[in-house]
Design a binder for this molecule. Structure first.
Ligand SMILES: [Mn+2]
Length: 368
């Protein structure tokens, strides 16, 4: 298991590599070229530059989150082959620089969606939260303003202002794209990139849709065990794999996270482990949840059982704590402060150590 922290790069992240270097057990970061434009091929020199910066700080790049996918690929537009060629070039260059895991998502228009980015908890910390009544009352074109006002001045991943200025146009572009079309476009993309993944041993790790159901009438296809298993089967190559994000799949309480981990055995290349706290009953028409600290006792998930299931099914890959609370007066990108994620990283490593010392997995085939 390789414990990592996400890092957005100098100039974009309030957390420094030097701080990450001091989190016990963390030797790698998950990063990206944050100012890259979806659809453009990443320059080799830019990859080398950030790699050197990370190495000079005594860390390594464990993987990329994300290499974003151009809308034409998701829509199946006329220029998709050109953008897939560029994506392949990026993968080639990452492979040449010894980077072998790429997280991406296939969500139309909006990435993750929340109604609040700084809900105040009893202990004074703040967290990201979701209330279905609040979301259902917002028009898609108002979503950006609602997210942006709580962003602490940071540009949030997936909520770039240039992109959000085009929300109406984007909705128009996706008008004809239903679930089945989106699925077929994902399969088309994956089939096209598998040869370069095979050549450079690059694991593609699709991030689930967050929340795990359709929003604003837009299709969402990476939401449940059944849909994901269909996708894994449609391109049955071990390099076509998953980012198993408990906080995203877990938004849908019909998902049994541990059964899902077992069903995806061998194909989880990256794990995001975090907890959520549901504030409404499962049959309540209003859904309200908030992110919590990583500990099982602070939220609705059994984080020990999740880590144990990953361990028992042979997962030995890259893992990171996910969103943290904002604590101790820190000012950072919502979800991405240093302190609570560092606490999450040590907690998860504690659970992992307990598994290592009490569970025999000598008969299990390990995978990354
Ligand atoms: Mn995640």
């Amino acid at each position: 298991m390789e414990m990592t922290l996400r890092w957005y790069g100098t100039g974009f992240d309030s957390v420094t590599l030097q701080q990450i270097r001091q989190v016990p057990g963390v030797h790698g970061v998950i990063t990206t070229l944050y100012d890259s434009v979806p659809g453009d091929a990443w320059e080799l020199a830019a990859i080398q530059k950030i790699k050197k910066e990370v190495q000079d700080a005594g860390l390594k790049i464990a993987g990329i989150e994300s290499v974003n996918i151009h809308d034409d690929i998701k829509i199946g537009g006329g220029d998709r082959d050109k953008y897939i060629e560029n994506y392949i070039k990026t993968l080639e260059r990452l492979g040449q620089e010894d980077i072998h895991m790429v997280c991406y998502n296939f969500m139309p228009v909006f990435d993750w969606t929340r109604s609040e980015l700084a809900r105040v908890c009893e202990d004074g910390s703040t967290v990201l939260a979701y209330n279905s009544k609040a979301i259902d009352g917002v028009k898609p074109e108002e979503m950006f303003a609602s997210i942006d006002k709580d962003s602490n001045g940071f540009i949030l991943p997936g909520w770039e202002p240039e992109r959000m200025a085009r929300v109406k146009e984007l909705f128009q572009m996706y008008k004809e794209v239903d679930e089945e079309k989106l699925f077929n476009n994902l399969v088309y993309f994956l089939k096209a990139i598998m040869p370069v993944c095979d050549k450079y041993n690059i694991d593609m790790a699709i991030h689930p849709d967050d929340p795990a159901w359709p929003v604003f009438g837009l299709p969402r296809i990476i939401t449940s065990q059944d849909k994901v298993c269909r996708m894994l089967k449609a391109v049955d190559n071990p390099h076509n794999g998953l980012t198993f994000c408990t906080g995203s799949y877990g938004t849908n309480r019909k998902n049994d996270l541990c059964e899902f981990i077992k069903a995806a055995q061998g194909r989880i290349h990256f794990a995001h482990v975090r907890n959520l706290k549901f504030n409404t009953a499962i049959d309540d028409p209003v859904l309200d949840f908030q992110e919590s600290a990583h500990l099982s006792s602070t939220g609705s998930f059994d984080i020990f059982k999740i880590v144990k299931t990953l361990y028992e099914t042979g997962f030995d890959g890259i893992i990171r704590p996910d969103h943290g609370r904002m604590i101790w007066g820190e000012k950072a990108m919502p979800g991405y402060g240093l302190y609570d994620r560092a606490l999450g990283a040590t907690y998860l490593q504690g659970l992992w150590e307990a598994c290592e010392k009490t569970i025999d997995r000598s008969n299990v085939k390990l995978y990354r």
